[in-house]
Design a protein around this ligand. Structure first.
Ligand code: FE2
Ligand code: FE2
Length: 274
């Protein structure tokens, strides 16, 4: 379904707003803003390394995320340019984790190279097939990533690990901004077609999983043992419920849409392009 002129215009404005804040308040420099000189004071452990590795692995699928995102977003200026900016910001995430692993000595260059090869031997594919569904997915996935990184920032602060505290501060702030843009995009889609967008949102929630789930070996187990994961309750309370509230929808409204999704699924319906 082609986007209306009004939607394209509003998406452009939403991107302009996002980009202005990013350029004037949120830019960070990996070389100058991370206190690498404090690396010596942080205590390394296999558990901490495993945590950083799993975050790094998830960020390493950037080429696949970008390829899928560009394909879906290219027809609208605002979403396409957001995708380009998003890719730049996300590229720093994988890079800073990679640098942390080697500069800290927790992993050698050879180990990181082998790890990277293992991770990228699998290809991430779009979990949903339309721009609108991926905006719903982005709103939830970025919120969940923000929560996970914020929790890591707090752990690093309590352990006196200045380097990781700075890294997770910048990354969590980026992820929160990404969640904000996707939420704004979903709001615009809701204004355009409330029923269809709610149907997509319900469908995405029912089928939600993080990008690394199913790609990174033993993903759930690794999240649990390394302490990198967030609990389903945290996801519900700090990602899903606040997102729905900000989108100005209710559980009842969503439940109605969910029921429609279930009925539709029984009839073999695949949600329409949004
Ligand atoms: Fe990221
Ligand atoms: Fe993000």
């Amino acid at each position: 379904m082609a986007a209306s002129l009004a939607l394209r215009e509003k998406m452009y404005r939403a991107y302009l707003e996002f980009f202005e804040v990013a350029e004037s308040k949120r830019r960070w420099n990996m070389f100058n803003d991370v206190p690498w000189e404090a690396l010596g004071s942080s205590i390394g452990s296999e558990r901490k390394t495993a945590r950083i590795e799993i975050f790094c692995a998830e960020e390493l699928y950037l080429p696949d995320y970008s390829a899928g995102g560009v394909e879906l977003s290219r027809s609208i200026f605002g979403t396409a340019w957001f995708q380009a900016c998003w890719s730049y910001e996300e590229s720093k995430h994988g890079l800073v984790f990679r640098e942390y692993l080697t500069r800290s000595g927790l992993r050698s260059e050879a180990e990181v190279a082998a790890f990277e090869e293992r991770v990228l031997s699998k290809v991430w594919r779009l979990p949903f097939q339309t721009r609108r569904q991926m905006a719903c997915y982005g709103a939830l996935q970025e919120a969940a990533t923000y929560i996970a990184y914020k929790a890591q920032k707090d752990i690093a602060a309590s352990e006196g690990d200045k380097v990781l505290e700075a890294i997770f501060f910048y990354l969590s702030r980026d992820e929160a901004a990404h969640a904000g843009f996707y939420r704004a995009a979903v709001e615009l889609e809701l204004a355009e077609d409330r029923g269809g967008t709610l149907l997509d949102l319900a469908y995405v929630i029912a089928n939600f999983k993080m990008p690394g789930d199913g790609l990174i070996p033993d993903y759930q187990e690794r999240l649990r043992t390394s302490g990198a994961g967030i609990s389903p309750r945290m996801f519900m309370e700090h990602a899903l419920v606040p997102t729905l509230r900000k989108l100005n929808t209710s559980r009842a409204e969503l439940k109605g849409a969910m029921a429609q999704v279930n009925v539709a699924a029984e009839r073999g319906y695949v949600p329409a392009a949004g």
